[in-house]
Design a protein around this ligand. Structure first.
Ligand code: NAP
Length: 284
């Protein structure tokens, strides 16, 4: 078996490699990165390292082989044409004759600007005829727990998610599911709606943060415009404030509340409870 993981230097990619190393020999795993200096620890453990940049299709020439199982982790350069970046990797995999092309996408019910690149990538995957697995990841717990320091500092948790519920899970949960798909059999031409086992609201999240921290941190719901302006004010570069407000609008609309059980089934265990993620963030 030969498993290639792009974005292997990132937070999700590193966890996927770790999960894979528990399942298959390191000699069967390749970390595809643009900066090999970030994965010297994996190389020392026997993981092959391939260097390519999504922005340079030619950098992918000859890296992939027939029969490879490829995980494309969606890029994080939101100011660029991510769909074009993803199509470069897809094109290389299709040309090589990859046996499986897995892609970290967005939930099928989710709308908003952040999903445009995902839908365009999914369309290209389906049109290519390559055996695929769409890993439609819901939000990471970490996208909520990253707000805890500011919430404690300001005495309120500010989001634009209204009373919407969110079935998030930890990055480690999504990584376990991806590794199961990459190393297992029978995942060709599948679509998985990956989400946490339990949906929660930001009011509940704030109550749990208050309970665990011993500080009163109420949830303060603002409009999408107010939230985007607040994020811009903290120095978050465009288009991220707009994209983040769009994600909160999706939460408010219930687009990220679905609990399908796909994630815990693939991972072979329940998803990480939100309270555990909050505890980990408070301890960090
Ligand atoms: P991350 O830590 O930012 O990692 C992104 C990875 O993509 C890094 O390895 C990065 O390489 C690589 N990458 C970016 N542009 C590239 C390019 N042009 N060529 C080659 N590699 C490139 O993100 P993450 O937390 O692991 O999440 C993975 C992806 O999920 C993100 O990129 C984003 O698309 C999406 N996401 C999902 C959620 C969610 O809640 N579901 C939240 C945020 C993001 P470098 O290390 O060299 O930068």
């Amino acid at each position: 078996m030969s498993v290639i993981v792009t974005g292997a230097s990132g937070q999700l990619g590193r966890l996927v490699i770790e999960e894979l190393l528990a399942k298959v020999p390191a000699s069967e795993v390749t970390a595809l990165v643009r900066d090999p200096g970030k994965v010297t620890d994996f190389a020392a453990r026997g993981v092959a390292v391939a260097v390519a940049d999504y922005n340079s299709p030619e950098s992918l020439d000859g890296l992939l082989r027939a029969g490879d199982r490829v995980l494309l982790i969606s890029g994080n350069e939101f100011h660029r044409d991510r769909a074009a970046q993803h199509k470069a990797v897809l094109g290389a995999a299709a040309k090589a004759g990859a046996a499986l092309f897995a892609y970290t996408s967005a939930p099928g019910l989710q709308g908003g600007p952040v999903t445009d690149d995902h839908r365009a990538t999914e369309d290209a995957i389906l049109a290519s005829g390559i055996p695929y697995s769409l890993l439609r990841n819901s939000l990471y717990h970490e996208m909520a727990t990253m707000n805890i320091p500011a919430a404690l500092q300001h005495g309120a948790l500010v989001r634009a998610a209204g009373n919407g519920r969110l079935a998030s899970a930890s990055r480690a949960d999504y990584a376990a599911a991806a590794a199961a798909v990459l190393s297992g059999d029978g995942h060709e031409d599948t679509v998985y709606e990956l989400s946490g086992d339990t949906a929660w609201s930001f009011a509940e999240f704030a109550a749990e943060v208050s309970k665990q921290s011993g500080r009163h941190v109420p949830y303060h719901a603002v409009t999408g415009e107010e939230y985007a302006a607040m994020l811009s004010g903290t120095g978050l570069p465009d288009p991220l404030p707009h994209l983040m407000a769009g994600i909160d609008a999706s939460i408010a609309a219930g687009e990220l509340a679905r609990t399908t059980g796909d994630l815990s089934r693939l991972a072979g265990r329940p998803t990480t409870p939100l309270a555990d993620a909050i505890a980990a963030a408070l301890a960090a």
